[in-house]
Design a protein around this ligand. Structure first.
Ligand code: S3P
Length: 448
């Protein structure tokens, strides 16, 4: 990778030019998982006492969550050794004096909507241009069923306005079956349930990441979980108090995916990542990387606050191909952009089905992936709910756009490593949303 042009600037053309590489080797430890950082940030802000969060995500999204919690009365400080200290409000949030800025973060907006719905004050959540185009009906519907007064702009898009509860009024617990596989929606309903009367249950047919359930228990909440033919059920009772914790956030597995896929495209590669999140609802990635042909070894597994952490060692080989569909597509929704970006380098190609949700992420990711693969000379078939990328293709370097989407910027930086000639990714500074250090970290691992 070369010529990092103002990757930290917010200018419209913060481009990065990437030179092809010969191999990838090295050792990594990554900043904390984005999903877990959001939840720890929110619960620490709500809790009684001061939480100490080590290895909190360095991404802008998780900073948005801390900013929102601060505006609601939590005291957030960063110690000299990089630990985030959060003095919680002990369950009593302060009424915000201005609308709450969620930046680019759908997780912040949807989960905070749950926390704010049952508060005794009004609030408003807004976001940037990309977030302002994302669907919110999925959280408005269950929250309204619980008695929340919540409105949105045309088409159920942000900003979200929550009227709050009047004195004597409370939300009521419901049983809600999520119509789309979404951990954000599940979490939103459960978090609203924290401030509701009675019990709140969420049922999901397709399992999604369970960090909310795990983190709620870590902060001292009691909840019941079961899984059966009708899907996963989680139940919690309102009115419980969260208690502060000291915790280290496990390394971000979705960020690791970019480095693992970069290792996968070089037959001689060797990469080791320590302290990585191994939660089974996220670790499907390893099954698919192994099925593709990557050799994967996991060692030093341990548990911390209910989350599994391990060291992963991978070695490249021949990349075969595969199918990602059904529940796997939901489990790998954040990893599909980079898997699609390396699919041309496989022998049999990769097909992605049941991944319609990609269309309502930070960009329409199916469109973004297809546009960039075609710009690099690849053949690709676009489908309503996914795409099919044939194997044994050669890509050439060219000018690409990130579509202001962090995962697209990083995915195509990986594809560019085996392309012929240089690739320039425009608006590459989108990577700051989840991993601002991406380009320099990758550079250190590459051999040319
Ligand atoms: C997330 C859930 C997923 C994922 C997002 C983070 C979470 O979104 O794509 O990056 O932390 O709960 P959906 O809930 O919309 O599937």
């Amino acid at each position: 990778m070369a010529d990092t042009n103002q990757t930290h600037s917010s200018s419209a053309d913060a481009s990065v030019t990437i030179r092809p590489a010969r191999n990838l080797r090295g050792f990594l430890r990554l900043p904390g998982d984005k999903s877990i950082s959001h939840r720890y940030g929110m619960f620490a802000g709500l809790a009684q006492g001061t939480s100490r969060l080590h290895n909190y995500s360095t991404g802008a999204d998780c900073a948005s969550t801390l900013g929102v919690m601060q505006a609601l009365g939590a005291k957030v400080t960063r110690t000299s050794d990089g630990v985030i200290e959060v003095e919680g409000v002990g369950g009593k949030l302060l009424a915000p004096v201005a609308p709450l800025d969620c930046g680019n973060s759908g997780s912040t907006m949807r989960m905070m909507a749950g926390i704010l719905a049952g508060q005794p004050f009004a609030s408003e959540l807004f976001g940037d241009e990309s977030l302002s185009a994302r669907p919110m009906a999925r959280v408005i519907k269950p929250l309204a069923e619980m008695g929340a007064k919540i409105t949105a702009a045309a088409g159920n898009r942000p900003p979200l306005k929550l009227a709050g509860c009047t004195p004597g009024e409370k939300l009521h617990g419901i049983e809600y079956t999520t119509p789309v596989a979404s951990a954000q929606v599940k979490s939103c309903v459960l978090f609203a349930g924290l401030f509701a009367e009675g019990e709140t249950t969420v049922v999901e047919a397709t399992p999604t990441r369970d960090h909310s359930e795990v983190a709620l228990r870590a902060f001292g909440m009691e909840l019941r979980r079961s899984s059966g033919r009708a899907g996963n059920r989680v139940t919690l009772r309102g009115g419980q108090t969260l208690r502060a914790i000291e915790a280290a956030v496990p390394g971000d597995i979705s960020t690791a995916a970019f480095f693992l896929c970069a290792a996968a495209i070089f037959p001689e590669s060797q990469l080791s990542i320590a302290g990585l999140l191994m939660n089974p609802t996220r670790a499907k990635l390893f099954d698919h990387l192994m099925a593709l042909g990557l050799r994967v070894r996991v060692t030093q597994m341990e548990e911390s606050h209910g989350e599994l952490i391990g060291t992963v060692q991978v070695e490249g080989g021949t990349l075969r191909g595969g199918l990602i569909a059904g529940a796997d597509a939901a489990a790998l929704i954040d990893e599909i952009p980079v898997l699609a970006a390396i699919a041309p380098y496989t022998t049999e190609g990769i097909e992605f089905r049941d991944a319609r949700e990609l269309r309502v992420k930070e960009s329409d990711r199916i469109k973004s992936i297809v546009a960039n693969l075609r710009a690099m000379g690849a053949e690709v078939e676009e489908r309503e709910d996914g795409l099919r990328v044939p194997g044994r293709q050669k890509l050439h370097g060219t000018d690409l756009d990130s579509f202001d989407d962090h995962r697209i910027a990083m995915a195509f930086a990986v594809a560019a490593l085996r392309a012929e000639g240089e690739t320039t990714i425009h608006r590459a500074d989108a990577a700051r949303i989840s991993f601002p250090e991406f380009f320099s970290t990758m550079e250190e691992l590459l051999e040319r």
